[in-house]
Design a protein around this ligand. Structure first.
Ligand SMILES: NC(=O)c1ccc[n+]([C@@H]2O[C@H](COP(=O)([O-])OP(=O)(O)OC[C@H]3O[C@@H](n4cnc5c(N)ncnc54)[C@H](OP(=O)(O)O)[C@@H]3O)[C@@H](O)[C@H]2O)c1
Length: 213
């Protein structure tokens, strides 16, 4: 079974990390400060590990990227890119700007003709980025309890990497909708803005998207 290296120490990293552990994978969470993860580590069993960004990138057969959007390119630059060569990077980040929402609407530091994932793909062309899990809150990421399966929109340039992420998405109780190449992240990342509006306006944080056909 493939090992999972998750770059991040926040709620997304911990939620997906616990999800992978529950499905039987070995997981390492990567952070600049391992003390942040001592509670997660002590409650997560023998298959859970914590390390530096490089240790985590080296550990994972598959990498998950779950850092603050404004720091994503910087954090990526702190990892030895050879450790990411030919690996699938499941990218949950969103390019949320450090300003408050306006009437519930978040601001991005990207514009509609660029995406954060494309920036990261350009920064590390030897890795295979696939957008996923950016358009739902952490509470519903793993085994969501809806009456019907919600849809996870994914995109990326490498079809084997997308197959790997699609298998994870389905393992976690979702259906996958592949929207094509990395440029589709320009449409998938802003789903986060839409998803957050009911949260900021009405404190509703437990919905998910479904594509009807
Ligand atoms: N929260 C959600 O429900 C949710 C849902 C979908 C997608 N997302 C997206 O997922 C990502 C993670 O979200 P989150 O809420 O779990 O955590 P977060 O608070 O957005 O990010 C925490 C992570 O960012 C890293 N970080 C912050 N500043 C950094 C810097 N200057 N250099 C390097 N790393 C830095 C931290 O690294 P250290 O551990 O080293 O401090 C930590 O791992 C975000 O892009 C967010 O938009 C969040």
């Amino acid at each position: 079974m493939k090992t999972i290296g998750i770059i991040g120490s926040g709620i997304v990293a911990k939620t997906l990390g616990t999800g992978f552990l529950d499905k039987g994978h070995e997981v390492m969470l990567g952070t600049r400060d391992v003390t942040k993860l001592s509670e997660w580590l002590s409650t997560s069993g023998p298959k859970a590990k914590v390390g530096s960004f490089d240790e985590t990138a080296s550990f994972g057969d598959i990498i998950v990227f779950a850092v603050k959007g404004t720091a994503a390119v910087t954090a990526l630059g702190q990892i030895d890119s050879q450790l990411l060569k030919d690996k699938t990077i499941m990218d949950a980040t969103n390019p949320i700007a450090d300003v408050p929402p306006i009437n519930g609407v978040l601001s991005f530091f990207t514009d509609q003709n660029t995406s954060l994932m494309e920036q990261m793909q350009s920064a590390v062309p030897e890795a295979n980025f696939v957008k996923a899990f950016n358009s739902v809150g952490s509470a519903k990421m793993v085994d969501p309890d809806f009456e019907t399966k919600p849809t996870m929109f994914i995109c990326g340039n490498n079809s084997e990497a997308k197959k790997e992420v699609s298998d994870i998405v389905e393992l976690f109780g979702w259906e996958t909708e592949d929207m094509g190449s990395a440029e589709a992240a320009r449409a998938i990342e802003p789903l986060c803005i839409l998803w957050c509006i009911p949260g900021f306006r009405d404190n509703q944080w437990t919905h998910a998207f479904k594509l009807l056909k």
